[in-house]
Design a protein around this ligand. Structure first.
Ligand SMILES: Cc1cc2nc3c(=O)[nH]c(=O)nc-3n(C[C@H](O)[C@H](O)[C@H](O)COP(=O)(O)OP(=O)(O)OC[C@H]3O[C@@H](n4cnc5c(N)ncnc54)[C@H](O)[C@@H]3O)c2cc1C
Length: 310
């Protein structure tokens, strides 16, 4: 069915939706594999508010924007790769692969799709949390724990998550307050284990997080108490940044992630997914690795189908 295109150049080997860590990593593999690739991105990576990104070898302590700039520069050195700022709105299968419509009204065609669309974190309705997100309200101790280790820290969580995370965060600071933001939902065993670590449990709801430009000053509870802290760790709910995988019929896990193999194959043939949208292990290094593996597998699949570089 190639005759429906003005030329073969209208049919991309791969359309990558999401041009951040996972998407650009896949684009590099595919560019180096001489594949005709378009990356669509609308510039909303989940870590955009964090001042410094840590734990990615060779780029420890860089700003997310600096890492993205280098990544784009290096990927766009490969002449078969292009990047467009646009939003993919709709995706469906067609005879030669997939059809994608964008917010700017473009209709694109590709043999394979790679969804590297990330996740969207949903801020709890507590004044100050959104402003501090990634700055002093932190998602991951591996990314940001070192910078605040040994200081007075908070943890905003309840239930099993509170039990698990309090043990984890306690590794970086033994001066820890657990805010359950309402009645604690802990088993006796969990509460005992938290208290055995001398972690204070505060059940009174949080009224506000006081901060200066995102840097936390104190957590205020509704009974008028104030807890001056260096940072708070919080595991907030998330959702898929885009519903394209749903539109395409990809199976999702019970956590709301796109179900994918180690090499990024989703349950829909020809549709790959990589990065945060497939894993709870949200780190730049992991997203880059996932993107790279998906790129290799996608190229392999094209070769198995007899599609070689032209
Ligand atoms: C606040 C915060 C701080 C973090 N700090 C660190 C850190 O210090 N170190 C570390 O290793 N990790 C850190 N992480 C985790 C890390 O940022 C992620 O694991 C990583 O960015 C995931 O890369 P990704 O490409 O999968 O998704 P993202 O980086 O989120 O990128 C997804 C991209 O897809 C685009 N997109 C989505 N839908 C569409 C669409 N329909 N059309 C076009 N484009 C679309 C988005 O705009 C975005 O650019 C942090 C995360 C958060 C939330």
């Amino acid at each position: 069915m190639l005759h429906i295109y003005k030329s073969l150049m209208d049919l991309y080997d791969a359309l990558i939706i999401g041009g951040s860590n996972a998407g650009l990593s896949a684009a590099m593999v595919l560019g180096r594999s001489l594949r005709h690739v378009l990356v669509l991105d609308n510039n909303q990576p989940c870590n955009r508010q964090t001042p410094y990104s840590h734990n990615f070898l060779t780029r420890d302590g860089e700003t997310p924007a600096a890492i993205a700039t280098i990544a784009r520069e290096q990927v766009l050195c490969y002449p078969t790769v292009t990047l467009q700022t646009d939003t993919a709105m709709a995706a469906s299968a067609e005879d030669s692969g997939f059809r994608v419509e964008t917010a700017y009204g473009k209709v694109l065609h590709a043999r394979k799709l790679l969804l590297a669309t990330g996740l969207k974190d949903e801020m709890p309705p507590i004044s100050g949390v959104a402003d501090c997100w990634g700055i002093s309200v932190l998602h991951c101790p591996y990314c940001h724990g070192y910078e605040v280790h040994g200081q007075k820290l908070g943890l905003l969580a309840n239930g099993n998550m509170a039990a698990e995370l309090s043990g984890l965060i306690h590794h970086w600071s033994q001066d820890l307050v657990l805010f359950t933001n309402g009645p604690a939902d802990l088993t006796t065993e969990q509460a005992d284990s938290i208290q055995a670590r001398n972690i204070q449990i505060v059940e009174t709801p949080i009224a506000e997080i006081e901060h200066t430009s995102g840097y936390l000053r104190a957590v205020h509870t509704t009974d008028g108490s104030a807890y001056p802290l260096a940072a708070v760790f919080a595991r907030v709910p998330f959702r898929q940044h885009s519903d394209l995988a749903m539109q395409l019929g990809c199976v999702h896990t019970e956590n709301g992630l796109i179900q994918a193999t180690e090499f990024g194959e989703t349950t829909v043939p020809g549709v790959f997914a990589a990065g945060d949208n497939t894993t709870l292990m949200r780190q730049v290094a992991v997203a880059v690795a996932n993107g790279s593996k998906a790129g290799v597998w996608l190229n392999k699949e094209l070769m198995q189908e007899g599609v070689y570089s032209s």
